[in-house]
Design a binder for this molecule. Structure first.
Ligand code: HEC
Length: 107
């Protein structure tokens, strides 16, 4: 019995890790496709915050998903300093939500 439980736990753990990796890959593709990578990398500073910094700042904030999805399309300034993020109207609302969800899932 004990052995079966351990095996089940291992399956759950490894499959959730794979899921997280797949999400990060999907995020990278969306960032490239929408030209976000001109300014943002996941864990290296270019212009504006790294996306891991964004995830850390909003961890546990239930309003963050909608706020970030809106900001991705509208751009803005003042949350990270004086640099300005230009509006990104080429990003659909659905893609903005997906990108925000993947960003918030970064660890
Ligand atoms: C020209 C450079 C530039 C581009 C292109 C750009 N950003 Fe930004 N981004 C910034 C800057 C600068 C900030 C910080 C703004 C601030 O302080 O409020 C920022 C902030 C953010 C934040 C944090 C918002 C917050 O309120 O904390 C997210 C999320 C984000 N960008 C995602 C994206 C995504 C996704 C794309 C592509 C669709 C993108 N950015 C394209 C420069 C850019």
């Amino acid at each position: 019995m004990q052995g079966i439980r351990v095996v089940c736990l291992l399956i759950i753990l490894t499959s959730s890790t794979k899921f997280a990796l797949a999400d990060t890959e999907a995020l990278k593709i969306l960032l490239l496709r929408n030209n976000c990578t001109a300014c943002h990398m996941i864990d290296k500073r270019k212009y504006g915050p790294t996306l891991k910094e964004v995830a850390a700042k909003y961890a546990g904030d239930e309003a963050a998903l909608d706020k970030l999805a809106a900001k991705i399309r509208a751009g803005g300034t003042g949350d990270w300093g004086e640099d300005m993020m230009p509006p990104q109207p080429q990003v659909s609302k659905a893609d903005a939500l997906t990108i925000a969800r993947y960003i918030l899932a970064l660890e």
